[in-house]
Write a protein that binds this ligand. Sequence first.
Ligand SMILES: Cc1cc2nc3c(=O)[nH]c(=O)nc-3n(C[C@H](O)[C@H](O)[C@H](O)COP(=O)(O)OP(=O)(O)OC[C@H]3O[C@@H](n4cnc5c(N)ncnc54)[C@H](O)[C@@H]3O)c2cc1C
Length: 578
Amino acid sequence: MDCVYQCPGLAIFGYNLKKDWLFLPIEYEVNEGEEVFLVDNNGNILGEGVIVKILRKSNKTNIARVQAMTISGDNLVAVRGFILKLDYPDPIEFKKAGEVASETYVCHCDDVKLNEILDVIGDRKFISVDEIKHTTRLGMGACRGKRCIPRLKQTIRSHGISVVGEPTPRGPLSNQIAMGDLYPKEVHENIHVSADGSKPLKEKVTALVAGGGIGGSALFFYLAEAGKAPVLLNYGRGASWRNIAGGRPNFSVPELSDIAVHNLEIFKELQKIKNIDFHPIHYVTFAHDEPMFKALEASMAWSDARMIEPKDFRIEISPHINPKLDTYIAALITKNCWQATPGKVIDLIRRIGIEKGGRILEDCMLANVRKEGSKYFILVQDHEKKYIEFETEIFINALGPEGDKFAKQLNIETGIYPVKHQAFITRRLPMLGREKIPLPMIIDRRRYKGFTAVYGQQLAETGQIIGCASPAVEPPETGSNLKVNSKDFIEIASEVFVNWIPELSSVGFQAVWAGYYVEPRMVIDPELGLFIGLRGQGYMLGQYLAKMYVDKLTGKEVPAYFGRLSMKGDGMPEKAFK
Ligand SMILES: Cc1cc2nc3c(=O)[nH]c(=O)nc-3n(C[C@H](O)[C@H](O)[C@H](O)COP(=O)(O)OP(=O)(O)OC[C@H]3O[C@@H](n4cnc5c(N)ncnc54)[C@H](O)[C@@H]3O)c2cc1C
């Protein structure tokens, strides 16, 4: 009988047909002498019996010797088990249940509901994976879109909507990379608009904005508000979709502080219209030496801020701050800062722009721009790979890192260039700030191990810590590949954050990525149609800059400092608190 109790699947049975005995494996407690029904694999009763003996075994699969009472001989071999007579269930009665209202969840990592996604999509017939990610967080959880994006594609097909693109599921430090990414070749494109020589479609519009990041989307919004029925063209996702969602008014250039303060008001107004995850926060900038202390102290003249001493770090910043932290001599806490989800902000201002008469061409790529007299001719490849040539008197280049390439087509040398900045996000954490609020944006501005700043905050919506580091030497990071995250970045982020809050040492990176800061200066010039170079401050400044741009374009008054942002101006460079 050894094989009966040794089979891990309880699938071997013993029979003594002469004595009408059955030897059946059993892994729960029954008593000798109990009456049983002998059953087949489906629980159907084949006969009755009594448990005569339990043979106890060391592996906890015991053998019950059962004496059959009502069946015998060859009929016994159909028996596969027994059920105590007392426990034999009544027949199941199926009743029709009433309607149960329930939500369909597409994402099981971040609990994203189908209705939320449909709400974002609105009456669009297609949407890109990136937009879905940045507006609903679908695909941003632990599975990185491996499961939910295919599920979404299938689910919303029945709503007549298609999802463009694929998720880029990647864990820390492992990105898919093509050989050409590591060994780039300058390959110049020849644009053939059709195989048969036919001409592209032509359309005249009042205003066209190229690039739908925070800059282009805000221009779209204000142009629509000014009755210019703008067309917004966007292809791909730039820094606006990759930034770490923070805004602050403390700059060493007071005019930039003024722009930030106006921008804060715009964010507050947007939150009243629709949830953009707006939350007021503090920025905490550590002073690691005397010059930084002085620069921070000077900024107090134009921002609502106060300096604290190291002994107060645990009270004022977070009770989790390392009590042995001795890297800094003070910290400046700045009020009137904020966070908001970038994707939601962009989506909202675009929606309002549409309501006010604008039109968005998403997944449509600017291919070429030329100017004849006062008219721009803009060649665009649309979502279906067809070409359209737009004619307009108002063209605005808000193409972020691609801005210089298209400015050159109009013989404008902007001198801007993209610099790679890397970022990370952790898993969800409890709120780590004082009184259990989210950790503020904490900034270390030391020049240290190849970086000039390491900073990050906790997102109030999810509890995740999102952080970033700025490279100390820009040239090697200029135009550098965004698909690769460096070991140096992971190391410095870990070192600085764990030094601040030792408990973080057990927290993993949920994702790492990179985006471009467009340096070295802002070029916001209505005469030249340029809205580029937003550096590391575009999210917190972009909307008010766009408002001033459209005001200037439509003959309204703008602050005197606005002229400094034109190509002829100095660009209002922020040096101390970049
Ligand atoms: C990691 C990181 C963290 C950051 N954190 C912050 C922060 O906390 N606060 C803050 O204020 N700023 C932050 N920034 C900076 C901020 O994100 C940028 O300054 C801002 O997003 C720039 O906006 P933009 O509209 O000028 O450019 P982009 O967002 O780059 O927009 C340009 C758009 O043009 C599109 N495009 C490009 N080529 C074409 C083409 N040929 N046809 C059609 N469309 C095209 C792009 O896909 C993109 O959507 C951060 C940046 C990074 C990279």
